[in-house]
Design a protein around this ligand. Structure first.
Ligand SMILES: [Cu+2]
Length: 141
């Protein structure tokens, strides 16, 4: 496979896109929910030397998805919508309960364990990534 690498890189630059995305998504999951909302968690790995921003997401089974984080409001942790979630160059960003997450707003129906949703993640200056994401209760996480 190695001899093909220079050719692919050349074609990639010729057509003005990156032949190899530096972004990888690991262990994505959505919390099972009887509604009205739910959340999606995952680890985003950035193998490029540059920081990359997750700037949006669309998820099936809900009206729309928002990027959220948790902030301290006095002693209470509150969710807040953010414009982007940054993944450092050669680093990872974890979306997990109590931290950053993709919020699924206004579910069309309850999300049942062992089923999946279809999610698309949109990055700045990177190709979007589309995935089937499993639904878990979150109890074992
Ligand atoms: Cu949220």
């Amino acid at each position: 496979m190695k001899p093909k690498l220079p050719m692919l890189l050349t074609l990639g630059s010729l057509f003005g896109f990156q032949a190899f995305s530096g972004i990888e998504i690991k262990d994505p999951w959505v919390r099972a929910s009887a509604g009205p909302n739910s959340a999606l968690y995952m680890t985003i790995v950035n193998t490029s030397p540059h920081p990359v921003k997750l700037i949006g997401s669309t998820v099936s089974e809900c009206h729309h998805a928002e990027l959220h984080t948790h902030v301290h409001d006095g002693e209470i942790m509150k969710m807040q919508e953010v414009d982007f979630i940054e993944i450092p160059g050669n680093g990872t960003q974890e979306l997990k309960p109590g931290g950053h997450h993709v919020m699924l707003m206004k579910l069309h129906h309850p999300l049942e364990e062992e089923k999946t949703v279809h999610a698309k993640f949109i990055f700045e200056n990177e190709k979007p990534i589309e995935l089937k994401v499993p639904i878990y209760t979150g109890a074992e996480r």
